[in-house]
Design a protein around this ligand. Sequence first.
Ligand code: AMP
Length: 286
Amino acid sequence: METIRIPRVLQDAARTHRRQGKSVGLVPTMGALHEGHMSLVRMARRENDITVASIYVNPKQFGPSEDLSKYPRDLEADLAKLEKEDINIVFLPDDSLMYPAGFSTRVEVEALSDRLCGAFRPRHFSGVATVVTKLFNIVSPLRAYFGQKDFQQAVIIKRIVKDLDMGIDVAVCPTIREPDGLAMSSRNRYLSEEERAAATIIYRCLSEAAGAVKSGIIQVDTLKKVMREKLMTEPLVSKVDYCSAYDPERLEELEQIKGEALLAIALTIGATRLIDNLLVSVPSST
Ligand code: AMP
């Protein structure tokens, strides 16, 4: 596994691989790697000749009051995990190389970036869109891998690829969960033992709502009531940003579920903001 820190060096290496007719797969991450990340890495490894993983805590996607400075970093363990999967390249840029003096471009995806998490994290998705566009331009991968856990992020990235004719195949891989259902996240490291136990409420709530949909409850007001009541049973939930059903492409809140819907929650436990989602569907004849 080769470690590359300089964008231009990675650009040249990826170009050489492509010229040799090799397919290149990219897995962008912010590190503190867990099994969710590793599932993307393994998928990329299976589907491509060359796998590139990036580890970069992108300052542009953190708000001024967010956790940039304390975001978990564990480079040594991350490199060991990637080495074990036998990937080809790990990209470890730093801020001065990603955003040198004079950097002034931002990628904005209208409408989609203002919904769900975007309503609570202004400029977050433009930070994500900007860094992912840079990574795409540096690596020019054939395929790029993202997790369903960050559903809105994946929708926005697919939109960029389509709108800007990037011709990259964006794979959205299933959410990997702890045995008790909690979606794996680097931010789970912030949770105290008590908070960690409380955090299972998110998946329990999504599962209950998915069960309600299956049993024929398709009015979103009713589902929201079911979900809110469930969340209220957990005293360590200090704030609920959103908790409802959304159109999985447009990310608008639904009134009634017809076809596919995204059940999604963002809430705070202690000082930690967590998100999760489940896709549900009802036969369109219902
Ligand atoms: P992050 O390091 O949090 O920016 O995540 C890097 C990539 O891993 C993103 O595409 C995430 O959606 C994905 N990811 C994070 N957690 C999970 C998970 N539990 N299961 C699957 N993918 C995940």
